[in-house]
Design a protein around this ligand. Sequence first.
Ligand code: HSE
Length: 299
Amino acid sequence: RSVKAFAPATVANVSCGFDILGFPIDAMGDYVEVTRRDRPGLRVVSIEDDGGKLPWEVEKNTCAVAIQAMLESYGKQVGMDIALRKGLPLGSGMGSSAASAVAALVAANRLLGDPFERKDLLPFAIVAEKAACGAGHADNVAPSLLGGFVLIRDYHPLDVIKLHVPKGLYCTLLHPHFELNTSDSRSVLRDSIPLKHSTIQSGNVAGFVSGLYQEDFELISRSMRDVIAEPYRAVLIPGFYEVRESLKAAGALGMGISGSGPTLFALSKGSEQTAAMAKAAEEIYEGIGLGVDVYFSAI
Ligand code: HSE
């Protein structure tokens, strides 16, 4: 018997919510098929469309690490073959490792007859994220697994809140053609932040969430500021500030780095501005000799 599952891409951080905010982009994602076999133990039997870059070892492959964590909690070793097909580019900032882990967990859980509720799969996905990039952040796996715009209010214990999203909020993703590993892009961050930055960041995350609930696009726009991660990461992404200016001029509410980058995301009220935003960004990337893919989705 075998089960197939799909898990979507995600935008994490959403500017002001470092490691605590994220939402899915449902149209893109990864596919995992899990097949039961008689001998206990996990095997990665195929990986497609990863350019030969992902590890097949059970201790390193995010799908296998996630399922292994689940089986340990399940208390029985079950034999499973894992086949992964990547729909998402690696090292893109679109939650690629998260989507693989989540699709693997959903498929394996179903294969066992759904002994775990959806939300109870989250800790296993976090174990896989830690294996993939050295940090057990949940702002990609939680929205990919649970759907919707989510807030990780706390990690210990996990407290994940689904947020209201006003109708008409759109996301444009700009994926420049180069890879940035999450571990590298976390290594440039500081361990501590000045008190005044904590004040600015908390004000903005509170403002952003209020904006979602009050359906106040202007408040969402002014809250899209990040003083914790973006200043250190922007230098890793050619054209970042230029793209920001052009997207704002084209009508974006705000923009930032999607997860740990290099993909950039912009939010807009409605979809009329997205063509102009895409065109402006494409011109800048062309000027610096980088190809770019543009995706667009309602949130
Ligand atoms: N919150 C994580 C980070 C997301 O910014 O490192 C990684 O996709």
